[in-house]
Design a protein. Structure first.
Length: 348
């Protein structure tokens, strides 16, 4: 395993992080334990979860993922070996249907404090290494949304209030560091301004999508990430499994996420399939796995602190871990960029 520092946080993360959003839906408690054992045996130390997991979210399963992880931490006694990250559910400015979480989640002080205490209880620990805002409460073009947001809407918790609540949790020792997720350049700027003005906890990470079908992070946030030392925790590096090639030629594998859950349409349209076909063909040309091509590309980016992989089987997890040894030659990277120039960000 390889390791990288997360900005100026003092945290050292494994280059591959273990994502957990399938636990409680596609994966059982036993599966979660096996994945965690396998991951740590291979040197993975970064585990990412969220209070709203598993996905797809619903009232009946909400919190199960954190509960499974907490059970394993207690059972294994390995809390000190894990850099533990979780997230507070974003407000309803962008998403509806979360009324079962605190009557409708908001990013105000009262709700953030409650969310953190609930996560600590489920995770069976007294501190979180990295506490993240899952998505903005204000309207923003995230989760593949392309229509303009109504930026004039003001019925959302001010970012300064959200940051102050997070900062106070750091002061209390319940949280070591804070980060954001699914955030925009403007939002990140506001968090940094709040931290500078309050002389408190800075944002040390941003967890946004980044993969061969969606490289928008490079355009608006990569420069900020490198210069301000805010590491990207790249999620969906395989674009919900699309970049493995398993959905090409109309295939719908029985346990594939895009097969099971029709709601996930972000990567499921003609231009994404066209680009995927070319990336899969390129991987075969260089005699490497399409999975290793996709993950190897993400691993090598200087702004990526950790690549968050998700797996529903141990064989998938092993293949993802093995991507660390994939040779990414300059010729291969040049060929990747040729495809990107032809079909740029087909699934933003």
């Amino acid at each position: 395993m390889q390791y990288r520092e997360l900005g100026n946080s003092g945290l050292t993360l494994s280059t591959i992080g273990l994502g957990t959003m399938t636990w409680g839906e596609q994966n059982s408690r036993k599966d979660a334990f096996q994945q965690l054992d396998c991951a740590l045996d291979h040197g993975i130390n970064f585990v990412d979860t969220a209070e709203m997991y598993p996905v797809p979210p619903n009232a009946q399963t909400q919190g199960l993922t954190e509960q499974y992880l907490g059970d394993w931490l207690t059972h294994s006694g390995r809390r000190q070996d894990v850099v533990l990250a979780t997230k507070v559910t974003g407000g309803d400015g962008n998403n509806s249907g979360f009324d079962y979480i605190r009557g409708g989640p908001r990013l105000n002080r009262k709700q953030i404090f409650q969310a953190l205490d609930d996560s600590l209880r489920r995770l069976q620990t007294d501190y979180i290494d990295l506490y993240q805002v899952h998505w903005p409460e204000r309207p923003a073009n995230i989760f593949g949304r392309s229509a303009p947001s109504d930026y004039s809407l003001t019925d959302y918790t001010p970012i300064d209030e959200t940051w102050q609540a997070l900062n106070d949790l750091v002061k209390q020792g319940k949280v070591r560091h804070i980060g954001v997720s699914n955030e925009t350049p403007w939002g990140l700027m506001q968090y940094q301004a709040a931290a500078d003005a309050g002389h408190g906890a800075p944002i040390v990470s941003i967890q946004n999508p980044y993969n061969l079908l969606n490289r928008q992070f490079e355009v608006s946030l990569a420069e900020w990430s490198i210069n301000e030392r805010i590491g990207l925790l790249a999620y969906s590096p395989l674009a919900f499994g699309m970049l493995s090639g398993k959905y090409l030629q109309g295939r719908r594998p029985a346990n594939g996420r895009l097969t099971l859950f029709e709601r996930f349409q972000r990567y499921n349209h003609p231009s994404a399939f066209k680009a995927t076909e070319r990336y899969v063909a390129l991987a075969r040309q260089y005699d490497i796995s399409p999975v290793h091509l996709a993950l190897g590309f993400v691993h090598r980016q200087p702004f990526v602190a950790s690549t968050i992989i998700g797996a529903t089987t141990l064989s998938q997890l092993q293949e993802n871990i093995d991507s660390l040894t994939t040779p990414m030659s300059e010729a291969l990277l040049a060929d990747i960029d040729l495809i990107h120039r032809d079909i740029s960000n087909p699934a933003p």
